[in-house]
Design a protein. Structure first.
Lengths: 290, 257
């Protein structure tokens, strides 16, 4: 998951002042060559080899007509030490995240030459990554705590219509239980049945039809039972938000009209319908149990 | 002359643990061979290698001149735990195998074939039932019918009569012998029952204790067929062979557990 965009920059030391301006890359090569002629070399720093700062820096150097592998020195350096190192003259420029570009300006050792979004507009920056094991164990838990109603604005933004947004919220919150249960079922077909399919030379289609699907069906229905329960709850809530139709809207409308006489039976009706749905899928589930 | 089923230098290791070491066996066409040994000696692993379900670490298995590289219906397996598909009826369990293997047959021929083999093992009347509705003995029969119906070259049986009561066991052993006699099948059976091995087999292959189990001896069973259970036990050949096997398994290969 991408946590943020942009927010990184390239700072140049004071010696570039008067030669290179903000986002002024055409004069960089000339300035760098002058530094090399005078000091023997020109050094740029980034946070970690192969990391994004390394990539922005090298891309920017390339865009300036400077070969980052031959013409200049590119070294790694921890972000909090960038400014201090520039101050003592150990580097002539660096690519780093905030606040270190701003600190360099405040300390008077350099100036911001470009922001990384000038190199790649809206580039991803920090990401949240999980290893497979953690993700497998917690994938429901990562998305489940998101309130169904929190999805509603996203639905509105995408579909531009409140009824479609409601359907979107319902689908996205109820989908997971069925999806994950089905996946779990299909991936846990016992070795015995697989061996039968192998020995008797089942084609992929026959294997799916006679082994995977029948084995997975109870898992699928368990998922569906959970999904339909969630969907029913979300329907009522979304209708309150979307307005216009449905029992959720009816409750909200009655409440606004201070008509509690209508609210209580509606709540009971929701309960009864939910119970019937649950019972029906429970029945189906028992029917296909092996 | 080459043997019908040849096992050459087969070894199997799981990581650093060696189950089987340099197994060599020759089995002729139409022979009934038993693999016997203490539990954990790798006899089921050997059967699984012949079936193509387990890949040997070294060596190879050759059936009728062709190397075994994958599982296939020419080596039908009667699995230790039957492995019937529980969502299919008895009929469909056999039918799905026939449909998958004998693609050349038309619908009527397939139905006749399924009917024939269900009759042969005596479960035709139960064809509409699900595996959960029939006894262990009947499941065993259905699994046997399924294996026979696809016309295998070799029938591989993994402790086929293990979990059955003595009466059902005797009955099914007789049926297996009858079917084997009629179909001229080559059978390889894993067992730990000496009497069963003697009653059914032409050869009994004794495996040494694992790890690194080897072929300890191949004992010929020179008892004339047809064999009658009550009579063969009186034969000198039977008594001597049984004593030999008992001596192997209880004295030479005695387990310390």
């Amino acid at each position: 998951m991408v946590l943020n965009f942009n927010e990184q920059g390239i700072t140049l030391a004071n010696k570039f002042k008067g030669k290179v301006g903000f986002r002024d890359i055409k004069n960089v090569k000339q300035a760098v060559q002058e530094i090399i002629a005078k000091e023997g070399e020109c050094t740029f720093a980034m946070t970690f080899p192969g990391g994004t700062h390394d990539i922005w820096l090298r891309y920017w150097l390339g865009a300036c007509g400077i070969n980052p592998n031959k013409d200049v020195r590119v070294i790694p350096n921890p972000p909090p030490q960038m400014v201090a190192n520039m101050k003592v003259g150990r580097m002539d420029g660096f690519c780093v995240g905030e606040p270190w570009n701003a600190v360099a300006v405040r300390e008077g050792v350099g100036f911001t030459h470009v922001a990384t979004q000038d190199v790649w507009k809206h580039h991803p920056e920090k990401v949240l990554a999980f290893n497979n094991e953690f993700f497998e164990k917690n994938k429901i838990q990562i998305l489940r705590p998101v309130s169904p109603l929190a999805w509603f604005p996203i639905g509105l933004a995408v579909f531009q219509a409140s009824d479609k947004a409601a359907v979107f919220s319902i689908a996205i919150t109820s989908l997971w239980a069925t999806l994950l249960n089905t996946a779990h079922g299909a991936s846990s077909v016992p070795e015995d049945y697989k061996n039968v399919a192998k020995v008797f030379g089942f084609s992929a289609l026959r294997y799916l039809r006679y082994v995977v699907v029948p084995y997975t069906l109870p898992f699928m229905l368990t998922g569906l039972k959970i999904s339909i329960g969630i969907a029913w709850m979300v329907i009522v809530a979304s209708e309150m938000l979307a307005g216009g139709t449905g029992i959720g809207f009816y409750i909200w409308d009655s409440w606004n009209a201070l008509n509690l006489n209508n609210v209580i039976p509606a709540i009971l009706l929701i309960g009864v319908v939910g119970f019937i749905l649950d019972y029906f899928f429970g029945y189906l589930q028992r029917r296909v149990q092996i | 002359m080459r043997a019908y089923l040849e096992i050459f230098n087969v070894s199997k290791s799981f990581g650093s643990y060696t189950v089987l070491k340099d197994i060599n066996l020759l089995i002729n066409r139409g022979e009934f061979v038993s693999l016997i040994g203490h539990s954990g000696c790798g006899k089921s692993t050997l059967l699984s290698i012949v079936a193509g379900l387990t890949e040997p670490t070294t060596g190879s298995v050759i059936l009728d001149g062709k190397e075994v590289v994958s599982p296939g219906p020419d080596r039908a397996v009667v699995f230790q735990n039957y492995s019937l598909l529980p969502w299919l009826s008895v009929w469909d369990n056999v039918m799905v195998a026939v449909k998958s293997v004998l693609k050349g047959l038309n619908k009527k021929e397939m139905e006749e074939r399924v009917k024939h083999y269900l009759n042969l093992v005596g479960v035709y009347e139960h064809r509409h039932k699900k595996p959960s509705q029939i006894s262990g003995g009947m499941k065993r029969r259905v699994a046997t019918a399924r294996a026979l119906a696809v016309e295998p070259k070799v029938l591989l049986l993994d402790e086929p009569f293990g979990a059955l009561d003595a009466l059902t066991k005797a009955l099914l052993q007789d049926e297996l012998l009858r079917i084997w006699g009629e179909s001229k099948l080559t059978c390889v059976m894993v067992t730990h029952d000496i009497e069963e091995a003697l009653y059914l087999s032409d050869k009994v292959v004794v495996l040494s204790n694992g790890p690194s189990a080897k072929v300890f001896d191949v004992v010929e069973v020179n008892i004339p067929r047809p064999r009658v259970r009550a009579e063969i036990v009186k034969l000198r050949e039977y008594i001597e062979t049984k004593e030999k096997l008992l001596y192997y398994l209880t004295t030479v290969l005695r387990k310390t557990a």
